[in-house]
Structures are given as structure tokens and as C-alpha cells.
Design a protein around this ligand. Structure first.
Ligand code: SF4
Ligand code: SF4
Length: 226
């Protein structure tokens, strides 16, 4: 899932300072799970803003709404009407959600309340770690399910680099060397010969942004995007 963290309150407060009526829009999926931008966090942000505005003697309404996913047109379309009553919008979604909402409401300033950090996993309550760089060419089938792009500090596709010390990374001795882990995983699975395969240069041309993926079943419908 997408992991994000809330921006410092002061930064959010300053972004919306010129606006009276502000709608805060939460996202009920990734950022709700990582406790950054779901319904509860929207309520908390609204309470903080309300208090700060009261203290500053600033008038204005603060609205709250949380949709299932801000990155899905189906869920944000109804916000066009809701947002019409407000001067500005704060989105507590990841960057994708903020941009989709901003495109839906081109006449209205839409501000991000979060910093999007990475694609990761939930190791334990409140503990998230990065796992994927969405690199367009997944190597996990060749590397024992351990991503060299993300887990190797240098992102080496054909490691290890030679600087490994006692199974630790030379860049950060606190971190396990990803390529040692890959070696051990492949060995434990009886697939160690796999490590001798030389991975080709990463197809960076595929990572040109912004990326577009059209599911084959919809190719004809969206032919213009190809
Ligand atoms: S907008 Fe971002 S945070 Fe919300 S569901 Fe989509 S990807 Fe996840
Ligand atoms: S190789 Fe790593 S970064 Fe690339 S898609 Fe697979 S998991 Fe993600």
C-alpha cells in the first residue's frame, strides 16, 4: 500500500490561511491504514484547525468528508457538488489522490496534508517499511522474492557490490546486505544457481513519467491514450 505521513500542522495551517471555508477530504484506503489520512485523522486535523482559527479570531467553516479512495473517479465525482460550498480543499490522500481531486476541481485550490513516502508493508501496528519502487520490471521471481531495487542501498541488479561486511551493507552497517539475503533465500530454496544469472540493464525508458497502463480488455475503448 501507499505509505504517507502527515505534514507538520503549521505547514497545513499556512497553506489554507487565506481561505475561510475549507473542506477537508480524507481517503479511506491506504492512508487510513497507515493512520495518516483516514476519517479519524481528518477529524483530528479539523479539530486542530478549528482551535487554531478560533485562537486567531479567523472566521470560516471547516467541512469534513472521507471517501473510499481519492484515486478513483467513481468515488470523488460526488465531491464536485460538496466542494462547491467551500473556498479551498485540503486532501489527506497520497499525492495521486491530491492530484486527481485537484483535476476534478480545477477552479478550487486543493492542498496536500500529507507527504507521500513509499509503497510498503505494515510489519506491525504503526511500523511500515518500503518494499517496492514501482520500477516497471519486477525482478522478484529471480531474486527469491527480495527486491534488489528497493532493499539494496545502491539498487544493484547484479550484486553484491563487494563492500559487504559480515552480511551487513557497507553504506549502512545497521542494514542487512540485500544481496546476502537474496543468496541465502535462493540457497534455502535450492535455487542458488539462479544468482549467477546476469540481469540485463534496467529498462529505464519504461519508467518515463507519467506512466500509463491500460488493461488489455479496455484497449479498444482507450485507444486514443496508446
Ligand atoms: S488516493 Fe492514494 S492513499 Fe488513497 S486509496 Fe488511492 S493510492 Fe491509496
Ligand atoms: S523489482 Fe522491486 S521495485 Fe521493481 S516492481 Fe518488483 S518489487 Fe517493485
Amino acid at each position: 500500500m501507499i505509505i504517507a505521513e502527515r505534514k507538520p500542522f503549521k505547514e497545513i495551517q499556512e497553506m489554507v490561511a487565506p481561505y475561510g471555508d475549507v473542506l477537508i477530504v480524507g481517503c479511506g484506503t491506504c492512508v487510513a491504514v497507515c493512520l495518516a489520512g483516514g476519517e479519524k485523522e481528518v477529524g483530528l486535523l479539523a479539530a486542530q484547525l478549528k482551535l487554531a482559527r478560533n485562537l486567531a479570531g479567523q472566521a470560516g467553516r471547516l467541512g469534513e468528508i472521507t471517501v473510499e479512495r481519492q484515486c478513483d473517479r467513481e468515488f470523488i465525482e460526488p465531491l464536485r457538488e460538496t466542494a462547491a460550498d467551500y473556498e479551498a480543499v485540503i486532501s489527506t490522500a497520497c499525492g495521486a489522490g491530491v492530484q486527481f481531486l485537484a483535476a476534478l476541481l480545477p477552479d478550487k485550490p486543493v492542498f496536500p496534508a500529507l507527504n507521500t513516502t513509499f509503497i510498503g508493508v505494515n510489519e506491525a501496528a504503526g511500523h511500515y517499511t518500503e518494499r517496492c519502487r514501482s520500477c516497471h520490471q519486477c525482478y522478484l521471481g529471480l531474486t527469491g522474492g527480495i527486491c534488489p531495487v528497493t532493499m539494496c542501498t545502491k539498487g544493484l541488479l547484479n550484486g553484491p557490490c563487494g563492500g559487504t561486511i559480515g552480511g551487513k551493507c557497507e553504506v549502512d552497517p545497521e542494514r542487512d546486505c540485500a544481496w546476502c539475503q537474496i543468496y541465502e533465500r535462493l540457497e534455502s530454496q535450492g535455487r542458488l544457481e539462479q544468482i549467477e544469472a546476469i540481469l540485463p540493464l534496467h529498462p529505464h525508458s519504461r519508467t518515463t513519467s507519467p506512466g500509463t497502463v491500460i488493461h488489455p480488455a479496455y484497449l479498444r475503448r482507450y485507444a486514443a491514450h496508446e
